[in-house]
Design a binder for this molecule. Structure first.
Ligand code: ADP
Ligand code: MG
Length: 198
């Protein structure tokens, strides 16, 4: 079973992964955006780990709701409200249970991903974080490893796509041939989840 400590480990692992890969995320965002994705997420997840250490929320749902609120209030870029909504809506779907299982998390993450779609208006194939998150939430019904693999495959598959949402869409055809930064960070988030579980 997955308790509040597990969800705090997930957020700490996500912060570490974003720190490690910040240069790469910024490089990807400099090709089709404004070169701030790495710094945006570093700032956001550092604030998330700090607030979780301070407030010590006691349930999985409360950990994710607090993390999401913190991302929304600390990240200026589009990715802050989007990832913040992902975590908040996932946390809300988990309710007040003290422990949840992977199957419940998969269902809740599906609700979180749907909330990201409603907020940003993007669908599969628009070359956004959803291209990693949608298949990953589905694959989480199978295993943590499958969820990480699906997110990585989804991120790689954004390269040949033309961006239809967000800053990269301003480039039109010129966005083709570059991997989406947000889909890449979504794969880091799902890798961190697998790491927290292992
Ligand atoms: P900004 O674009 O404001 O500089 P970031 O660089 O932090 O913000 O994040 C960019 C990422 O956000 C993109 O690579 C994409 O994955 C994601 N994104 C942008 N707009 C949307 C949207 N409408 N729906 C889903 N994801 C989006
Ligand atoms: Mg950017």
């Amino acid at each position: 079973m997955l308790d509040a400590a597990f969800f705090r480990r997930w957020m700490a692992a996500a912060a570490a992964a974003v720190d490690r890969e910040a240069g790469r995320l910024t490089e990807l965002d400099s090709a089709i955006g404004d070169a701030d994705h790495g710094a945006n997420l570093q700032r956001g997840f550092a604030a998330v780990t700090a607030v979780l250490d301070k407030e010590e929320p006691g349930t999985p749902g409360a950990v994710l709701a607090l993390a999401g609120r913190q991302l929304i209030s600390t990240v200026g870029g589009a990715s802050g409200p989007l990832y913040g909504t992902l975590l908040r809506a996932t946390g809300k779907a988990l309710g007040e249970a003290a422990e949840v299982d992977r199957e419940q998390l998969a269902g809740a993450l599906g609700a979180g991903v749907a909330a990201v779609g409603r907020l940003g208006g993007a669908v599969a194939g628009d070359k956004t974080m959803l291209d990693a998150l949608l298949p990953s939430a589905e694959a989480l019904h199978e295993s943590f490893a499958a969820a990480r693999e699906a997110a990585e495959a989804g991120a790689l598959a954004t390269a040949p796509l033309r961006a239809r949402k967000g800053r990269a869409s301003y480039l039109g055809e010129r966005s083709i041939g570059h991997q989406d930064p947000g889909a890449t960070s979504a794969a880091l988030l799902m890798g961190a989840l697998e790491g927290a579980a292992g």
